[in-house]
Design a protein around this ligand. Structure first.
Ligand code: GTP
Ligand code: MG
Length: 398
């Protein structure tokens, strides 16, 4: 009897030990998959829980793997990327659901989310719950988020005070850090290091139309470098010296300028900044643009001038200046068929054949009456000597 009880107790203790060990292993693996990831999609030796079933360079999807039903079963090295705050969870889930429904459910491109703070467990769980695509979460390196070393704190404080009622986010320090990060550092984040293309998304945007093809492949197959949906005009007060600073960079670095570019879209024949920009809350970009020597030099020049903080230079006008100065028109594409809304402006495709793909109100459209959209279709490339001629002319706005 005694030995039976002892055996029973030993068995129970053994089961308890196994149970505890299992719980520990599960919790450990949960915790380690939650902490900021440092390896992104397509990195070698990646132990990410999703990545093992994801294609390596040039490798086909495993049979039945992912959600891909596309023609050749391959994905480019590309991802949907957003900088986002924990507080924007529902807005982000809404965006992901729409991107998946309209496009990514059939492809399964990874999502990469970045934050200056740790993502919470709730955020990670609830984002993963809304999509079957692989999701990567990363924290920004400290040196990518903060005051530029070229500005002084007192001058920044004074600028925020002066601008706080002059324009939206005029007094916001974090908005400026966000714009500087998206301009100069997002493409340098370790999670993006193996990507050839990114598609920027944001919380609380809407995708109105089915996208029955792969825009990344469209970019590659047509040698495109930059894709956009909406082109508004920037508020002049936020970029008072951006063109003047840009033209000085051009004059100091003519060797970094291409033989021909689409510069005329942003600077008119009177050397005046048109304020036209690609709205970068949506952009599909061949990242070699931002990784180029010319872009790096341009961003550093802007950063040294201090305008990200003293004014409120946005990543949209900065990216747009770079695209227009460094690319030819044929390398820039208006995704007219991608109906899109970010609070402020919407694009609702008006071609009759889009009625079966889109649900949006034509009256809400901005692009068919946008001055910058008209200018985009009207102007062409100019040669380097013409670009430099414009850069030599004094900035009429400053
Ligand atoms: N992690 C983090 N993300 C931020 C911060 N500020 C902005 N973002 C993100 O950066 C992107 C752009 O910021 P938004 O506030 O949307 O800027 P915006 O589009 O110019 O303006 P609104 O959408 O009108 O607010 C969004 O995806 C935000 O979630 C921040 O301080 N921390
Ligand atoms: Mg936004």
């Amino acid at each position: 009897m005694y030995s039976r009880t002892k055996r029973f107790l030993l068995l129970a203790a053994g089961i308890l030990c196994l149970f505890t060990l299992h719980a520990f292993i599960v919790e450990y693996s949960r915790t380690s998959s939650r902490s900021a990831q440092t390896k992104g999609p397509w990195s070698n030796n990646d132990s990410n829980e999703y990545h093992s079933s994801w294609p390596q360079d040039g490798q086909s999807m495993p049979p039945g793997g992912g959600n891909s039903t596309q023609e050749d079963g391959q994905l480019l090295r590309a991802a949907l990327v957003a900088l986002v705050r924990n507080s924007e969870l529902e807005g982000l889930r809404s965006t992901i659901r729409q991107v998946d429904d309209r496009f990514n459910r059939r492809y399964g491109y990874p999502y990469i989310f970045l934050n200056d703070e740790e993502f919470t467990d709730e955020f990670i769980d609830q984002v993963r719950a809304v999509t079957k695509a692989p999701v990567y979460f990363g924290k920004l390196p400290k040196e990518h988020w903060g005051l530029s070393p070229y500005v002084t704190e007192e001058k920044v404080k004074a600028a925020l005070e002066y601008n706080k009622d002059r324009y939206l986010y005029g007094g916001s320090f974090s908005y400026r850090m966000m714009c500087r990060f998206q301009s100069g550092f997002i493409h340098k984040h370790p999670l993006l290091q193996n990507l050839d293309y990114y598609w920027r998304i944001e919380p609380d945007v809407n995708y109105f139309c089915d996208i029955p093809y792969d825009p990344f492949k469209y970019m590659r197959d047509n040698n495109l470098m930059y894709g956009f949906t909406i082109t508004p005009m920037e508020a002049r007060k936020t970029v008072e010296t951006l063109w003047n600073t840009t033209r000085h960079w051009m004059l100091e670095n003519p060797h970094l300028l291409p033989e021909k570019s689409f510069m005329h879209w942003v600077v008119n024949e009177k050397a005046k900044y048109t304020l036209c920009h690609f709205w970068s809350n949506f952009e599909i970009v061949n990242l070699s643009l931002y990784r180029s020597e010319a872009y790096e030099s341009y961003f550093n020049h802007l950063d040294r001038a201090g305008g990200f903080f003293y004014e409120r230079w946005g990543d949209a006008p900065v990216h747009s200046f770079a695209a227009a100065l460094l690319l030819r028109k044929e390398q820039i594409h208006w995704f007219e068929d991608i109906g899109y809304h970010h609070p402020g402006y919407a694009h609702c495709p008006n071609k009759p054949e889009m009625k079966s793909r889109c649900v949006c109100s034509p009256g809400s459209d901005f692009m068919y009456r946008s001055m910058c959209s008209r200018r985009f279709s009207e102007v062409g490339d100019i040669y380097k000597d013409q670009m430099l001629e414009l850069a030599h002319m004094p900035d009429r706005a400053s």
